[in-house]
Design a protein around this ligand. Structure first.
Ligand code: F6R
Length: 610
C-alpha cells in the first residue's frame, strides 16, 4: 500500500511532506522517511514506526529544503525497519526513490545488477529500482529517461517518485497499478498517492494513468508514456475540502465517520431519487441502462467490507429485479478463470477504488467482454476510471481504516441500482415510491440510533474482556453479521465470526457457553420467528446475548442480556440501520482496550497489493 508525497517550489517542503504523510498514514504506518535535496547537500531521514516519530527526528535535525519526497510504508518485502524504510538510494546517495507497489521480477533484476557490482542493503523489492535507475543514469541518460528505461524492465506495480542531486529542479514520477496524482500550484507543484495529501495546498490535480511518467518542475509538468509517446493530460478540480479530512472535534476518524452517516447517506442519494416515477436517476449509468436490464446475470466482485455490501446488493437485486446475481471475492474471481460472457454485468465495489484484487478482477471481466460497472467512493480512482460506467457513493473521504460510512453509502447505491432496474421489470410505481419514502427517512432514523451512543458505550464495557464473539443474522441481516464481526476483529483484535443464524446448529453451537457473547441481529422481518428460536437455543446453553432489535419489539428483551433498538424500515434497507450499532460497539470496545482504532495493526486503508 504505502503513501507517497513530494514537493518542488520555493517553500520549505519539510512541514508539507510531514503533513502530507500524516494524511496518507491510513495507507500504511510501519515506517516513514523523507528524501531532501538542497543547493548544498542532500539527505535521507528514515524511522521505524509512525510519521510522528519521523517528525520528531526531523525537528531535531532542523533542516530545510525546497525539493523533497516522503513515504509512509506498509511492509510487503522485508520487515518494518529503518533499512527497509523508503526512500531507497543509489550507492552515492545522490538519487532518492519512494515506491508504492510490488516489483515482481526484483530477484532477476537484482541478480543482473549484482553482476554489475551493485550492492544491496535492504530486503525490499524497491531498492532494485533505485539501482536500476542509477545504472541508466550512468549511461548518460537524463533522470526522466533513466526512470523510463528502468520501468521498461520492471514487472509488477508501482507509483514512484524519484529525485536526483544531479538534476535538482525536478521530481520524476510514474504509475502502474498504484495511484499517483500531481497537484498543480503557483510556482510550486506537488505529487502524492492521493489528493488528501494535497488539498490543503491546491485543488487542481492531474491523475496519472498506468504506464505514464511525468517530469515535474516548480513551474511545469511534462507527461509521456514509458514507451516515450507524448500525452496531454487534463487538469481536474478536486471537490474535497479540508474539513472533510480532519477529525472535526472527534477523538477518532472512525467515530467522526460513524457520526457522519446521516449526512453521508443523504449525499449518496441526493438528486438521484425521482419520487413521481418511483425510480432512481443515475447519471453514471446513462447510456448503459438497456445493457444492464438485459443482463443474463449480474456478478458483484469486491473485498472485505465492500464484499459484505455486495452480499446485501445480491439479496436486493435478486429479490426485486429477477436477474440472477452472485457475489465473488475479487481475489478468487481473478484467478479461477471465471465464466464471464458479454451478456453479464459485473459490478465492482471499492471504497478506495484502488484495491489491487478488485482492479485485477475488473480487468479480467473487461477482457472477457462483460459490462463492468464501478461503485467507488474516491473520485477519479483507478477502478472508477477503468470501469465502463459507474456510480460514485459520495460518502466523502473515509480515513479511519475500518470502513463505516462507505458501507452504508454502498448499500444506498445498491438500493438505487435495484430501483432503477426493478422499475423496468416488475416493481410497481407504488412499491418504488414506498422504497423512496423509506430511503428519504433513513437520515432521521440513523440519527435516532446515533443518539444511543452512550448506551452502546456502556454495553461495550461489559464485553471488553471477551476473547471471542459470534454474530448471527438471517436474510438481509446475515451480511450485517459478517460486517459486525469484521469491524470488531479488525480494530479490537477480538476473534469474531459472522454466521447465518440457522447455520449455528451445524457447528458453531459447540462453542457456546457462558463465556461466549453472541450478537443477534434480530429485527422484524420474514426471518424474525426463526431468529427468536435461534436466540432460545443460545440461551439454553447459557451464551451471553446482545440483540439488535426493532424499536417496538416486546419479546426479545426478556430473553437476552442486552438490547439495542433500531427503527424499522423497508426490509432491504434494514442493513443500513442495523450495522450502525455494531460499528459503535466495535469502536467502543477497541477504545476501552486502549487500541488505536484509526490505525489498527497490520492493516492499511487501501490494499494495493495482492
Ligand atoms: C474493513 C475494510 C476492508 C476494505 C477492503 C476493501 O473495514 O476497510 O475490509 O473494505 O480492504 O477496500 P475497498 O473498499 O477500498 O476496495
Amino acid at each position: 500500500m504505502c503513501g507517497i508525497v513530494g514537493y518542488i517550489g520555493a517553500k520549505n517542503c519539510v512541514p508539507i511532506l510531514i503533513e502530507g504523510l500524516k494524511r496518507l498514514e491510513y495507507r500504511g504506518y510501519d515506517s516513514a522517511g523523507l528524501g531532501l535535496i538542497n543547493s548544498d547537500h542532500c539527505e535521507v531521514i528514515k524511522n521505524k514506526g509512525k510519521v510522528a516519530e519521523l517528525e520528531k527526528l526531523v525537528h531535531q535535525k532542523n533542516i530545510q529544503s525546497s525539493l523533497g519526497i516522503g513515504h509512509t510504508r506498509w511492509a510487503t518485502h522485508g520487515e518494518p525497519s529503518v533499512i527497509n524504510a523508503h526512500p531507497h538510494v543509489n550507492k552515492e546517495k545522490t538519487l532518492f526513490l519512494i515506491h508504492n507497489g510490488i516489483i515482481e521480477n526484483y530477484l532477476s533484476l537484482k541478480k543482473g545488477l549484482e553482476v554489475e557490482g551493485y550492492q544491496f542493503v535492504s530486503e525490499t523489492d524497491t531498492e532494485v529500482l533505485a539501482h536500476l535507475i542509477d545504472h541508466y543514469l550512468k549511461l548518460k541518460n537524463s533522470l526522466f529517461h533513466a526512470v523510463r528505461y528502468a520501468l521498461n524492465e520492471v514487472e509488477g506495480t508501482y507509483g514512484i517518485a524519484v529525485i536526483y542531486n544531479g538534476e535538482k529542479d525536478k521530481i520524476v514520477v510514474a504509475k502502474k497499478g498504484s495511484p499517483l496524482v500531481i497537484g498543480i500550484g503557483e510556482n510550486e507543484n506537488y505529487i502524492a498517492s492521493d489528493v488528501t495529501a494535497l488539498i490543503a495546498y491546491t485543488k487542481q490535480v492531474v491523475y496519472l494513468e498506468d504506464g505514464e511518467i511525468a517530469e515535474i518542475t516548480a513551474n511545469s509538468f511534462k507527461t509521456k508514456t514509458i514507451l516515450d509517446e507524448d500525452i496531454i493530460k487534463e487538469i481536474n478540480q478536486v471537490e474535497v475540502g479540508i474539513d472533510d479530512i480532519t477529525k472535526g472535534g472527534y477523538p477518532h476518524f472512525m467515530l467522526k465517520e460513524i457520526m457522519d452517516q446521516p449526512g453521508s447517506i443523504f449525499n449518496s442519494m441526493r438528486g438521484r431519487l425521482v419520487f413521481d416515477e418511483g425510480i432512481s436517476k443515475l447519471g453514471g449509468l446513462q447510456g448503459f441502462e438497456e445493457r444492464i436490464l438485459n443482463s443474463r446475470r449480474i456478478i458483484i466482485s469486491a473485498c472485505g467490507t465492500s464484499w459484505h455490501a455486495g452480499l446485501v446488493g445480491e439479496y436486493m437485486l435478486e429479490q426485486y429485479t429477477g436477474i440472477p446475481t452472485e457475489v465473488d471475492y475479487a481475489s478468487e474471481f481473478r484467478y479461477r478463470n471465471p465464466i464471464i460472457t458479454k451478456d453479464d454485468t459485473v459490478i465492482f465495489i471499492s471504497q478506495s477504488g484502488e484495491t489491487a484484487d478488485t482492479l485485477a478482477a475488473l480487468k479480467e471481466a473487461k477482457k472477457k467482454g462483460a459490462l463492468c460497472l464501478g461503485v467507488c467512493n474516491v473520485v477519479g480512482s483507478s477502478i472508477a476510471r477503468e470501469s465502463h460506467a459507474g456510480v460514485y457513493i459520495h460518502a466523502g473521504p473515509e480515513i479511519g481504516v475500518a470502513s463505516t460510512k462507505a458501507f452504508t453509502a454502498q448499500l444506498v447505491v445498491f438500493s438505487l441500482i435495484t430501483l432503477l432496474i426493478a422499475r423496468s421489470k416488475s416493481l410497481s410505481l407504488q412499491q418504488g415510491q414506498e422504497i423512496i419514502c423509506e430511503m428519504q427517512n433513513l437520515t432521521k432514523k440513523i440519527e435516532t440510533i446515533l443518539k444511543q451512543n452512550e448506551i452502546i458505550e456502556k454495553i461495550a464495557e461489559q464485553y471488553v474482556d471477551s476473547k471471542n464473539f459470534l454474530y448471527l443474522g438471517r436474510g438481509y441481516n446475515f451480511p450485517v453479521a459478517l460486517e459486525g464481526a469484521l469491524k470488531l476483529k479488525e480494530i479490537s483484535y477480538i476473534h469474531a465470526e459472522g454466521y447465518p443464524a440457522a447455520e449455528m446448529k451445524h457447528g458453531p453451537i459447540a462453542l457456546i457457553d457462558d463465556n461466549m457473547p453472541v450478537v443477534f441481529i434480530a429485527t422484524k422481518d420474514y426471518t424474525y420467528d426463526k431468529v427468536v428460536s435461534n436466540i432460545q437455543e443460545v440461551r439454553a446453553r447459557k451464551g451471553r446475548i446482545l440483540a439488535i432489535i426493532s424499536e417496538d419489539d416486546d419479546q426479545i428483551e426478556k430473553m437476552v442480556d442486552h438490547v439495542i433498538r433500531v427503527p424499522q424500515t423497508h426490509s432491504m434497507l434494514m442493513p443500513i440501520l442495523t450495522v450502525i450499532p455494531l460499528q459503535l460497539l466495535a469502536y467502543h470496545i477497541a477504545v476501552k482496550k486502549g487500541l488505536n482504532v484509526d490505525q489498527p495493526r497490520n492493516l492499511a486503508k487501501s490494499v494495493t497489493v495482492e
